[in-house]
Ligand binder design. Structure first.
Ligand code: NDP
Length: 488
């Protein structure tokens, strides 16, 4: 008998079957006390700074620069200077740098994943298994197109635009950076990117990847700050703005840029319908519902936040869903077993609480599984509302948190009508075993992405973007490179 077998003979039977803590070590991350702005390949300091914290315990992580209008103009000037040489490089040379970035991201993925979870609050298993692989995949994918623009857009002469100003939100900080920077660089542009105020750290770590990849100075510039820094970037001498964030700010940017000749793409909010027909694989659909709304604490623009269940299966679906919700582990984002991490900021938590209170007041029935939330930090238990009317705020407004509203329908026509009854149009999900019904629904749903028998799947080759108040322009695939090119 081996030692191993002998020892296992004596192992005690566990007292209960809950998971033991499985904390991911943070040792791999080396934070600086203070960060400046990354401009023209060097770090420059700012007059003002702000503290970035971890939403899991509100502990301060680092001081980050608050870029002023002049700082932003300096970054745009550095990008403009770099544009000449960068845009003239053969595509195969630009590709080389993008491949290097992809490789370095893959090699340093654990470090990035830990930092993403620390600064943003998302579970480590999501930053490790979703954000990082996808971010690297975006650079790999667009690297492949950099020397093939004439094949990507045959009979059209594709030229880079110049300097792209890019403003990103806090829900997928590094992934949104990759979605923005990879196609812009592949197309021959240079960029100035502003990360969200609450999650600047992976963008700042990315500057070290840029250094390692020996990207020419000024091709990528990172300016940190609050909304005023974003507004300064919109005002600056850029050729294009790519924005992901709230519909409200997106509209303000669109108003500001109207008539200026600057190009604009907007990826805004959503209130996706996840539609479950009575012939679907029920357990699989319940997993899809859970993934659709509780993935990344529901901080997902395409989250399946409105669940439409065919009336005949309403009861089993709700029952299975509630049962499944009791098994979700809410807690420390850095625990490898955590399913639902911390809410990104106090502001976002207050917004979720306000909308949930409105749901209760309007008469919806709330269910939250029993779970012990940590004392420090920002937390919200996974929540489902039943008895929801279409007119309730929780069925109309983007909550951007782990809160699901359940509604019902009888016929496919009714499902389409109800699903499209929203100012948004970013994504939708359909659960049915009938291929013909999937196609019928997909044709009629006014949403940029329609998932069938799955939800929240992303791929760099696939375009993503919205209709109506969810914005315009696409990211991902060839469609995602087009807004960075001039075909005139
Ligand atoms: P914002 O739209 O305010 O933020 C998105 C980005 O824009 C951030 O980098 C932000 O900077 C910047 N920004 C803010 N004001 C301006 C401005 N006037 N001009 C240019 N850039 C600006 O979203 P919030 O973070 O405030 O979130 C509010 C709500 O928006 C959420 O509750 C959610 O409903 C929705 N949202 C949707 C997202 C999506 O992916 N569609 C992503 C994030 C939020 P800073 O962070 O410094 O404020």
């Amino acid at each position: 008998m081996t030692d191993l077998e002998r020892r296992s003979d004596r192992s005690p039977v566990p007292a209960d079957w809950t998971y033991a803590p499985a904390p991911e070590s943070t040792d791999i991350v080396r934070l600086q006390e203070r960060y400046g702005l990354y401009v023209g390949g060097t770090w420059i300091d700012t007059k003002e700074h702000f503290t970035t914290i971890s939403p899991r315990d509100e502990s301060p992580l680092a001081e980050v620069g608050q870029a002023s209008e002049a700082d932003v103009q300096g970054a745009v000037a550095a990008a403009r200077e770099a544009f000449g040489a960068w845009s003239k490089l053969p595509g195969s040379e630009r590709a080389k740098y993008l491949f290097r970035i992809a490789r370095i991201l893959a090699e340093r993925s654990r470090e990035f994943a830990v930092l993403e979870s620390l600064n943003g609050g998302k579970p480590i298993k999501e930053s490790r298994d979703v954000d990082l692989p996808l971010a690297a995949a975006h650079f790999f994918y667009y690297a492949g197109w950099a020397d093939k623009l004439e094949y990507a857009y045959p009979n059209r002469s594709a030229k880079p635009l110049g300097v792209a100003g890019q403003i990103i939100p806090w829900n997928f900080p590094l992934l949104m950076l990759a979605w923005k920077i990879a196609p812009a660089l592949a197309a021959g542009n240079t960029v100035v990117l502003k990360p969200a105020e609450t999650t600047p750290l992976t963008a700042l770590l990315f500057c070290d990847v840029v250094r390692q990849a020996e990207l020419p100075p000024g091709v990528v510039n990172i300016v940190t700050g609050d909304g005023s820094t974003g507004a300064a970037l919109v005002e600056s001498d850029v050729d294009k703005i790519a924005f992901t964030g709230s519909t409200e700010v997106g509209k303000a940017i669109q108003r500001r840029l109207a008539g200026t000749g600057k190009k604009l793409t907007l990826e805004l909010g959503g209130k996706a319908a996840n539609i479950v027909f009575d012939d679907c694989a029920l357990d699989q659909a319940v997993e899809g519902i859970v993934n659709g709304i509780y993935f990344n604490q529901g901080h997902v623009c395409c989250a399946g936040s409105r669940l439409f269940v065919q009336e005949s299966i309403y009861e089993p679906v709700v029952e299975k869903l509630k049962k499944r919700m009791t098994t979700l582990r809410v807690g420390d984002p850095l625990d490898k077993n955590t399913d639902v991490g911390a809410i990104n900021s106090r502001m976002q938590l207050e917004k979720i609480e306000e909308l949930v209170a409105a749901g209760k007041e309007e008469g919806a029935e709330i269910y939250q599984p029993p779970c012990r939330l940590p004392e420090k930090g920002y937390w919200f238990a996974p929540t489902v509302f039943t008895n929801v009317a279409q007119s309730y705020r929780i069925a109309q407004e983007e909550i951007f948190g782990p809160v699901l509203s359940v509604l019902t329908f009888r016929t496919p026509d009714e499902a389409v009508e109800k699903a499209n009854n929203t100012p948004y149009g970013l994504s939708a999900g359909v659960w049915t075993e009938k291929g013909s019904r999937i196609l019928w629904m997909a044709e009629r749903l006014r949403a940029g992405v329609v998932w069938a028998n799955t939800f929240n799947r992303f791929d760099p080759t696939s375009p993503f973007g919205g209709y109506k108040e969810s914005g315009f322009g696409r990211e991902g695939g060839l469609h995602g490179m087009e807004p960075y090119l001039d075909f005139s």
